[in-house]
Design a protein around this ligand. Structure first.
Ligand code: FO1
Length: 334
């Protein structure tokens, strides 16, 4: 069974960890269960968060997916490594190196050093991600992680300060300013010239089901949808696309999806987020307390959407997957 997911950072990674847990706990116990049931997951990761710091290329959403699915993530933060130390960052601060508002741990630095070393040798980002995925044992779990594009792109935020507009990097807005600086709009430098990374469009076209985890619909999934060809592939895919609302009661479970939706002039509701995907969405999970969106042709399921544990995430991901498989079966018999 081939599943493709478009994912951003913490919420997407936790959802996909739940999906893998769901697959393991429902796998046929008999040995040699026919391979067609084995879950093969392709994750298309957002690279709009990427930033160059201290001369190193940092890919926050890709790294959050690697560390979470690979079992090395700092669970409380949802990003960065568990059991970290910060000697390099402390020395950089002593040297007066900027910026100091983005916390990089020592083990995390190794990822950025090696990635920058390989990129510097001319290796495309997708090949670098393959190397990092191998270190984290993703292939053994049947997981292939692809950056959405090998083209360097960066999400910047146009902010208004003292009556003048200027663009700052998304991470500075998100981390340093906690998304509290009024944002005029998002600009993704390089996206219009980007091409989907090798395998991305085929993974969407050839999937049995495509899943949209509860990642930020504007600055994570929205950015992936902006890669030329991705939206058309979703529209034309034989796979039903099933998404999970990132809002519960109109509020994001974590992060600042509400602020991002307001910035693009979209209502902060799960129905409005489903509207952003309406040209390809077939199924939608909303929290059990949320109003049912009355969208024709959209199959809506009510489920608890708080991923308070891996088991809860597995229940949620399992429900999304089962909805996708049901919709696929209905299409096949139509
Ligand atoms: N998020 C923060 O809120 N504060 C940080 O200092 C921070 C550092 C950081 C370092 C590496 C990394 O991969 C992610 C990091 N994040 C941090 C999360 C990052 O901002 C993500 O892009 C967002 O969480 C959105 O996915």
């Amino acid at each position: 069974m081939r599943i493709t997911a478009l994912a951003g950072g913490v919420g997407g990674a936790r959802f996909l960890r739940g999906l893998l847990h769901h697959a393991r706990r429902t796998a046929p116990q008999t040995s040699g269960g026919n391979d067609s049931d084995r879950l093969e997951l392709t994750v298309v990761g957002n690279t709009g968060d990427d930033i160059t710091l201290f001369g190193l290329r940092v890919c926050p959403d890709i790294d959050t997916l690697l560390y979470t699915l690979g079992g090395g993530v700092h669970e409380g933060q949802g990003w960065g490594r568990a059991d970290e130390t910060h000697h390099v960052a402390e020395e950089l601060a002593a040297l007066g190196a900027e910026p100091q508002w983005f916390t990089l741990g020592d083990k995390d630095f190794a990822t950025h050093v090696h990635r920058s070393q390989l990129l510097g040798q001319g290796m495309p980002l997708s090949a670098v991600v393959d190397r990092l995925s191998a270190r984290w044992g993703l292939p053994e779990q049947g997981v292939r992680l692809l950056p959405m594009t090998d083209t360097p792109v960066e999400t910047h935020v146009v902010v208004e300060e003292a009556g003048e507009q200027r663009a700052i990097h998304f991470q500075e807005w998100w981390v340093r300013h906690r998304a509290a600086l009024p944002a005029e709009r998002f600009v993704v430098a390089g996206l219009d010239r980007a091409t989907a990374a090798p395998g991305v469009l085929d993974a969407i076209r050839e999937a049995d089901v495509v899943l949209l985890p509860p990642s930020n619909p504007v600055v994570s999934i929205g950015i992936i949808l902006g890669v030329p060809g991705v939206r058309d592939a979703l529209r034309g895919s034989r796979a039903p696309v099933v998404g999970v609302s990132p809002l519960v009661g109109g509020r994001p479970v974590r992060g600042h999806a509400d602020v991002c939706l307001r910035t693009i002039g979209v209502e902060e509701s799960s129905a409005a987020v489903a509207g952003l995907y309406s040209d390809f969405l077939a199924g939608w999970l909303v929290d059990e307390d949320d109003p049912m969106p009355d969208r024709r042709g959209l199959e809506v399921l009510r489920r608890p959407l708080l991923m308070s544990s891996v088991e809860a995430a597995a229940d949620m991901a399992g429900a999304a997957l089962d909805l996708g498989l049901r919709l696929r079966a209905e299409r096949a018999s139509a």
